[in-house]
Design a protein around this ligand. Structure first.
Ligand SMILES: Cc1cc2nc3c(=O)[nH]c(=O)nc-3n(C[C@H](O)[C@H](O)[C@H](O)COP(=O)(O)OP(=O)(O)OC[C@H]3O[C@@H](n4cnc5c(N)ncnc54)[C@H](O)[C@@H]3O)c2cc1C
Length: 313
C-alpha cells in the first residue's frame, strides 16, 4: 500500500522537522511511502540530507514576505499535482492562516491544533485534539483527501528511530502572475523577544496553590537554572504575564524536566506539557489529576517543601 505525506516547511521553525520525523513513524508500515516537503522562500540549504524524501522548493523575490494568497495558490497547485494523502502544517501564525485557505479551496477537512497524530487500521490519519473547551480529547478522521492537520511546535515527539535521507530537491515555478492580492505589506516592526519558555530545558511552574508565594517558584527555578511557567489561574489573577502561561491557550513546552507546583492538572493545562520528558508534581491533594501524568509526585504543602528544597540545592 502506498502513502504520501506532504509537510509545509516553515523557515526557522522546528515544527517542520518534528512533523517529518513523526511522518517517518506514521509511514513505517507502508511499502511505498513518501515524505515530501514544500518550502516557499524558506532559505533551504539545497543538497543537504533531511528527514524528507523530496522537497519541492521555490525562491522568488515576490514571495519574500508571507502572503496567504500567493502561498496558498502555490501549495494548492502542488497538492493538485502530486496528490498527497495527508498534508501537515505547523500550527504557527503562518500555518494557522495558510492551512484553512488550502483546505477550503480543496474542499477538504482540516483538524487544527492537534496534539497527537496516528494512522488507523484503515490507513487513515487519526488526528487528536482537545475539544469542548479542553474537557475531552477527540480523534478526528477526514472523509476527503488530502487529510489535513495543523500541529503546534514542540507537541509531537517521537522515539522512532528516524533516518536522515538523500533528499531530492525539485524546483517549482510559481504560477502567481494572475493573482490580484488584497493585502499589501506596508511596514515590518521588529520586536525584541527574550528567549521564551518554549525552548527551556527545565521549567518550574506555579499554579493557584502557590499564587501568593510565586517568589518560591522563582527561587527554585533560579537554583535549577530553569525558567518559570504558570497555570492560567495565576495569569487570570494578574500575577504573571500571559507569555509564561502553559496550556491550551498558552505555550506548549517540551522541557527535559517540568516541575508542577500547586497545579491541579486540568486537561487545558496538561495538553501544553505532553512533550515534557520528566514531570514532578508537588500538590497537597493526593488525588490531584496531575499525579496521573507525573513521573514523580510529592504529596504535601509546597510552602513547607519548597523552602527546604531551595535550601538543599
Ligand atoms: C477554554 C479554556 C482554556 C484554558 N486554557 C488553559 C491554559 O492554557 N492553561 C492553564 O493552565 N489552564 C487553562 N484553563 C484553565 C484550566 O481549566 C484550570 O482552571 C487551570 O489550569 C487551573 O489552574 P491551577 O491548577 O493552577 O489551579 P487549581 O485547579 O485551583 O489547582 C490548584 C492546585 O493547588 C493545590 N494546592 C493548593 N495549595 C497548595 C499548597 N500549599 N501546596 C501544594 N499544593 C497546593 C490544590 O490541591 C490544587 O490541586 C483553560 C480553561 C478553559 C475553559
Amino acid at each position: 500500500m502506498s502513502k504520501k505525506i506532504l509537510i509545509y516547511i516553515e523557515k526557522q521553525n522546528s515544527v517542520s522537522e518534528e512533523l517529518a520525523k513523526k511522518a517517518q513513524e506514521l509511514l513505517q508500515n507502508f511499502d511505498d511511502a513518501e515524505i515530501a516537503g514544500i518550502a516557499i522562500n524558506a532559505g533551504l540549504d539545497l543538497g543537504s540530507k533531511t528527514y524528507f524524501d523530496k522537497i519541492y522548493y521555490v525562491n522568488d523575490s515576490r514571495l519574500e514576505n508571507y502572503s496567504g494568497e500567493y502561498y496558498s495558490k502555490i501549495s494548492i497547485d502542488l497538492i493538485t499535482e502530486i496528490n498527497p494523502d495527508i498534508v501537515l502544517i505547523g500550527a504557527t501564525s503562518l500555518g494557522r492562516d495558510l492551512a484553512p485557505q488550502i483546505a477550503s479551496a480543496l474542499q477538504t477537512g482540516l483538524t487544527a491544533d492537534c496534539t497527537a497524530l496516528d494512522i488507523n487500521e484503515d490507513g487513515k490519519l487519526a488526528a487528536t485534539r482537545p475539544t469542548f473547551g479542553g474537557k475531552l480529547m477527540a480523534t478526528i478522521l477526514s472523509k476527503n483527501n488530502p487529510q489535513m492537520a495543523t500541529v503546534r511546535p514542540h507537541v509531537i515527539v517521537t522515539d522512532f528511530d528516524v533516518q536522515l535521507k538523500d533528499t531530492e530537491y525539485i524546483e517549482i515555478k510559481p504560477q502567481i502572475d494572475d493573482i490580484k492580492t488584497h493585502v499589501k505589506l506596508l511596514e515590518t516592526i521588529k520586536k525584541e523577544i527574550s528567549a521564551g519558555i518554549e525552548d527551556a530545558e527545565i521549567i518550574v511552574a506555579g499554579g493557584h496553590g502557590v499564587k501568593d508565594n510565586l517568589d518560591l517558584v522563582y527561587q527554585l527555578a533560579e537554583k535549577l537554572n530553569g525558567k518559570v511557567g504558570v497555570s492560567r489561574a495565576v495569569v487570570d489573577l494578574g500575577l504573571a504575564e500571559a507569555s509564561i502561561q502553559i496550556g491550551q491557550t498558552g505555550k506548549t513546552v517540551s522541557p527535559k524536566l517540568y516541575i508542577a507546583i500547586g497545579i491541579s492538572g486540568a486537561m487545558q493545562h496538561t495538553v501544553g506539557i505532553m512533550g515534557a520528558k520528566k514531570i514532578i508534581a508537588i500538590n497537597k491533594d493526593k488525588d490531584a489529576p496531575i499525579f496521573k501524568l507525573a513521573d514523580f509526585g510529592i504529596v504535601g504543602d509546597a510552602l513547607e517543601i519548597l523552602p527546604q528544597l531551595i535550601k538543599s540545592l
